[in-house]
Write a protein that binds this ligand. Sequence first.
Ligand code: FAD
Length: 471
Amino acid sequence: SVAIVWFRRDLRLADNPALTEACKRHDQVLPVYIHAPDDEGAWKAGGASRWWLHRSLDQLGRSLAQHKAHLHVAQGTGADVLARLVKATGAEAVYWNRCYEPRAIKRDAAIKKALRGAGMVAESFSASLWREPWQVATQQGEPYRVFTPFWRNLRTQIQPDCPLSIPLMSSVKAAGDVPLETLGLMPGIRWHEGLDDTWQPGERGAHEALELFIDDALKGYERLRDLPARHGTSRLSPHLHFGEVSPRQIHWILHERTQQGIARRRPDLEPFLRELGWREFAHHLLYHFPKTPREPFQPSFTGFPWADDHDGALRRWQQGRTGIPIVDAGMRELWRTGWMHNRVRMIVASFLTKNLRLHWHHGARWFWDTLVDADLANNTLGWQWVAGSGADAAPYFRVFNPVTQAKKFDPEGEYLRRWLPELADAPLPLLHEPWKDPALLDRTGYPAPLVDLGESREAALAAYQAMRRQR
Ligand code: FAD
């Protein structure tokens, strides 16, 4: 019998329960990827994600070919393409791994119902989280809204479990396969050169990134993870988003390494697992509170007096021309590499939502289009956290001072010099506050600050007080 394996955000062969089950229960499989932007509504993949997807699908196709299987690439809605393929192959079953975005949940439920209604087997599996969002609940059976108790609960539920290996497979082909190039995933402009230089999408690239992290950065992770100039974090976020590696695999591999006598690295394992815990928390929140990509988690923020976009402020923030070095360095790193260090994401987001008082939606949208790891759950959590409106968020009145932050986390200015070449020769104190020497700005063309940091902070706090008074 034939089973269709519907690849979505699980672009790997190892530790892939849908693929493994299909190969175990059926004689032949049809591995399929369906490009279905119409199924994604307001959250169609952005430019950087589409680039990644193209590269990752290319790798998946090659890996399948090495296992004598063929990746069928199709375009249309999930429901239509699957119906066509069931008919064409006489498949008895369709298997996939679950996604947690509200639109995907709705679509998948409808497809499952239709397939089962037609007498077929339709089954979904858990492949991208340690635990399903409904498996972690308070004693009252409610979803958690605060990270620490969520993590305490989840941590007791997880141990290093041996991941699934790549199954033996035999595949069928179907008509209607389209070349990857025709999906139009690659950007029209040559903006992706920086992405090509930085990343290796695909399952192999994910494992190489993990090994590099274990060798270079796991030891000292807790101390170094906040320094943007260092390769101090794993850079696994896009690989995790596209499911090229699973949390279970990461946990198992880290556990194995620490067992192999690298025990001195152990203290840094827990802080790293905790970050993966934030990812789980973000998915847990999106699942239980599906409106949060648009609406504030805390309803009291609904009437917040966001400012209008004056003087092209949003554009200057996007282009890394705000005149605040750490903000500009981060935004340029993002544009060039499709990624930004977490500490800097918090700083640029605070600057946008507090100093410029622009709605976090603007920032979330820009990140959506430019991040290779753009992820509805993590991005929503990150922006709502910084804006102060999220679950377990930083309080609104805690406004990051970008100069203090830069001096603390990039004390030698290494990160600033890397991304702001026009300031590379500036002496250290001025590198952090170039506006203190107007001649430097004149000479280098680096802009004067878009806003006064002190005044804009006061204005943000006043807006917050006004919102509270309205309640
Ligand atoms: P590491 O420090 O190596 O962490 C390992 C993994 O844990 C990451 O790959 C990621 O999957 C997860 N993780 C780490 N920190 C967080 C966090 N704060 N929230 C959720 N998961 C986390 N992350 C995304 O994956 N996609 C996004 O679209 C995204 N948008 C963000 C927007 C803002 C405003 C902020 C403040 C943060 C955002 N993050 C997002 C979270 C975080 O910045 C990135 O996950 C992290 O920088 C990725 O780098 P890394 O893989 O080296 O992380």
